[in-house]
Design a protein around this ligand. Sequence first.
Ligand SMILES: *Cc1c(COP(=O)(O)O)cnc(C)c1O
Length: 220
Amino acid sequence: MSLADRIHLLKKEIPQDVVLVAVSKTKPAALIQEAYDAGQRVFGENKVQELVDKWEVLPKDIAWHLIGHLQSNKVKYIAPFVSLIHSVDSFKLLQEINKQGEKNNRVIPCLLQFHIAQEETKFGLSFEEAEEILQSREFVEMHHISIVGLMGMASFVENEEQIRDEFRNLHNYFAILKSNYFKYNPDFKVLSMGMSGDYKLAIEEGSTMIRVGSSLFGSR
Ligand SMILES: *Cc1c(COP(=O)(O)O)cnc(C)c1O
């Protein structure tokens, strides 16, 4: 099956209101162009340098998402063009994104990344840490970032119930934060969860945005 066929098939399979982020990390620009020609416009990368390199050579109407861990000192390279940063996992990072947003005269959409997996290695905030950020006075005065939702990665395990529980947790956090901090903010609506191996479960548990790489582009 061609890449175009896989994209069309996946789009048909998922609900219309679920956004597909095609995760193109490690894949060449030519393959991204092929996906673009098949109609895909949202792509996710996990490394800043690779994201910048691809942004430079590919069509300018692509919505580029940064999905991987982001170091504060690299925000400046993507601030002019990035459509969504999925991986905000500290207050310091948020401050830097706000600063670079101001320099570029834009409001940069962000997701708070939560640590929902049992594995130690995954980045992300706890619920308490997220509340601390949202309750801070400094956060309220940041006008060049917009928190539009949450992101999380489930454990890389076979156990479907565990994965489901982790997604359910994230959905629950989303609902609580929505009602406590974003009740009247229609922009807070993104729940980014689900990858090649678990996007079906994620959608059943309320995902509005899936990040799929290997099942579209092949293994890395
Ligand atoms: C690589 C990556 C994905 C995509 O993973 P696949 O299993 O290839 O679909 C999704 N989200 C994040 C944060 C990633 O780093």
